[in-house]
Write a protein that binds this ligand. Structure first.
Ligand SMILES: *Cc1c(COP(=O)(O)O)cnc(C)c1O
Length: 397
């Protein structure tokens, strides 16, 4: 036992030396634009609760009602006896919202990615990823055993080179015809820029590949009905697999996959993270269901509108202060610092001044590209932005 801890402490020391040590911070308040940490109230610019729904009265009420009616736990996996009415209602609501034939919910976006990619691909297949996709997709790709090819971020020429190569493999004479799956995000989680989805759809059609799009940071925010970037670009029915999370703009917890009925039927049979895991608690499903309805309502439209206005003025002010946000087209505003230790020091300074904006470091982003990842939500006020702007301009950095 002693040896074990000595070894781990050595490893932790190495992590510290690189400026990469991480620790948990306890929040003593609900998720909101102001949060309580260590008895102090901080303006929170770090949450993915983009529409301010996590602590919304409608979601809380739905959660309480679901607990009263269906209890706290779901009792078993979905295929045993854990598929309760709120899970079905959620899946019908997601499918209607996204305009797909069917949807399937998972306990997290992470498990949706791992379960789906490993169900679709095996070692004879090819998976093609944008360099900046989320860790859940990278882990899924590795676990699937498929041949992994990575193209530089949003680089269509590199993507096409890989697809041209993969086409030669797909027409090989072996019995099993290999499949190629491209996976990208619609809004990139650490850079806040968008994928060129129209062009990617055209390429996947040209080379007979399948496409999976992770809308984790676009669902609830983009498009006329706030379904995501695919809706905005009119591409929803040209993508084989859509994925997302219920834990960001939708204010609850869980992940989902949507697409054809054949896809969800297949995943119920083959997605191991779905099959071998206790069903999400019914309260989370109920909260996500009302969140999706709220997002589509006039209140959802107002919240998105407010967020867009706050974003425009924040971007303008930060740009005036010298930050390069030219590629940002979402609620994620990365302030690139570079050095890991420096980013951590800046985050600490900002905390002292009353702002919570965490430093994002390797392995979440590449080494040497540490950043303050600033996120805006519909719950922020213009005053929050004024304060932030003066803190960031007043020689804090
Ligand atoms: C957060 C996130 C996920 C994982 O979703 P969870 O529900 O938090 O597990 C997947 N993909 C992207 C791009 C994400 O940002």
């Amino acid at each position: 036992m002693n040896d074990f801890n000595v070894e781990l402490n050595l490893r932790l020391e190495r992590i510290r030396e690189q400026g990469l040590y991480r620790e948990l911070r306890r929040i003593d308040s609900p998720q909101a634009s102001q949060i309580a940490i260590g008895g102090k109230s901080l303006i929170n610019f770090s949450s993915n609760d983009y529409l301010g729904l996590a602590n919304h009265p409608t979601l809380k009420e739905a959660t309480i009602k679901a607990v009263e009616k269906f209890g706290a736990g779901s009792g078993a996996s979905r295929l045993i006896c854990g598929s309760l009415a709120p899970h079905f209602e959620l899946e019908e609501t997601i499918a209607a919202f996204k305009g797909t034939e069917s949807a399937l919910s998972f306990s997290s976006g992470y498990s949706a990615a791992v379960g789906t990619i490993c169900a679709l691909l095996g070692k004879d297949d090819i998976i093609v990823l944008d360099k900046l996709v989320h860790a859940s997709i990278v882990d899924a790709a590795r676990l699937s055993g498929a041949k992994l090819r990575i193209f530089s971020h949003n680089d269509l020429n590199e993507l096409e080179d890989i697809l041209r190569w993969s086409e030669t493999k797909m027409t090989s004479t072996t019995d099993k015809r290999p499949r190629t799956l491209i996976v990208t995000e619609s809004v990139f989680s650490m850079d806040g820029d968008l994928a060129p989805l129209r062009e990617i759809v055209a390429l996947k059609q040209k080379y007979n590949a399948w496409l999976m799009v992770d809308e984790a940071h676009a669902t609830g925010l983009f498009g006329q009905y706030r379904r995501g970037l695919l809706e905005m670009l009119g591409l929803s029915n040209q993508v084989e697999v859509q994925m997302g999370t219920l834990g960001k703009a939708l204010g609850s917890a869980g992940g989902y996959i949507c697409g054809s009925k054949s896809l969800t039927d297949y995943l119920i049979n083959r997605a191991r993270s779905f099959i071998f895991s206790t069903a999400p608690v019914p309260a989370a499903a109920a909260a996500a269901t009302v969140a999706i309805n709220l997002v589509q309502s006039s209140e959802g439209a107002e919240r998105t509108q407010r967020l867009c206005e706050l974003l425009a003025s924040t971007k303008e002010r930060l740009t005036q202060s010298g930050w390069n946000l030219s590629t940002v087209q979402s609620a994620i505003l990365p302030l690139i610092i570079g050095d890991e230790t420096k980013a951590v020091q800046l985050a600490a300074k900002l905390r002292e001044r009353g702002f919570y904006i965490p430093a994002i470091r390797y392995p979440t982003v590449a080494l040497g590209s540490a950043r303050l990842r600033l996120t805006m939500t519909a719950s922020h006020t213009p005053d929050d932005i004024t304060k932030l702007h003066s803190a960031l301009s007043a020689g804090t950095l």
